[in-house]
Design a protein around this ligand. Structure first.
Ligand code: ZN
Length: 144
C-alpha cells in the first residue's frame, strides 16, 4: 500500500485517520462504482427494449399515439423510481409508455399494477391489472 492513505504516511500523528481512506479516493471509488452500475443498467435497458420492443400494457393507446415507450422499474422491492447502488436487471424492468408508467391512473400512483406469473418476473409472462374502485380488473394476461 502506498500513497496518502497508507499507515506509513498517516502514522501516529493522525491516529484517528490511520485506517480511513482520504475523501478524494472514496469519492473516486464511488464514482467508478456508480459508473459501472450505470453501464450495466444501460445494457439491461437495451435488452428490455429488444425484449419488449413496444409498451407492454395490453391494447395501450400509446401505440396509436406513437408515444416512445420508456424502460420502467416494475418490481416493488427496489422501488419503482429505480434503485441507487444496485444494478436493476431486465427482470425488474419493462418497456411501458409514460402514461402507463407515471401518468394519471398509472403504476406510480397505484392505478395500475403488474403481476408476475413466473419467478422470471418481467422476463416471463405477466398479468396487467387496473384499479376499479377497491377492486382490480384484469386488462390482459400474457402467455408463455
Ligand atoms: Zn402504453
Amino acid at each position: 500500500m502506498t500513497g496518502v492513505g497508507s499507515h506509513a504516511m498517516s502514522g501516529s500523528s493522525y491516529p484517528g485517520f490511520a485506517c480511513a481512506k482520504p475523501a478524494v479516493l472514496v469519492s473516486v471509488e464511488r464514482r467508478q462504482r456508480r459508473a459501472a452500475i450505470d453501464k450495466a443498467e444501460q445494457l439491461e435497458k437495451a435488452y428490455v427494449r429488444r425484449r419488449d420492443w413496444r409498451c407492454r400494457w395490453p391494447g395501450c393507446r400509446c401505440r396509436r399515439l406513437k408515444l416512445r415507450p420508456e424502460v420502467a422499474h416494475v418490481t416493488r422491492d427496489k422501488g419503482m423510481g429505480g434503485d441507487h447502488g444496485r444494478v436493476s436487471t431486465a427482470a425488474d424492468m419493462m418497456l411501458l409508455c409514460a402514461v402507463v408508467h407515471r401518468g394519471q391512473d398509472s403504476l406510480h400512483d397505484g392505478g395500475r399494477r403488474i403481476v408476475f406469473l413466473t419467478p422470471s418476473k418481467a422476463n416471463g409472462p405477466c398479468r396487467f391489472e387496473r384499479r376499479v374502485g377497491r377492486r382490480w380488473s384484469v386488462e390482459g394476461e400474457e402467455r408463455t
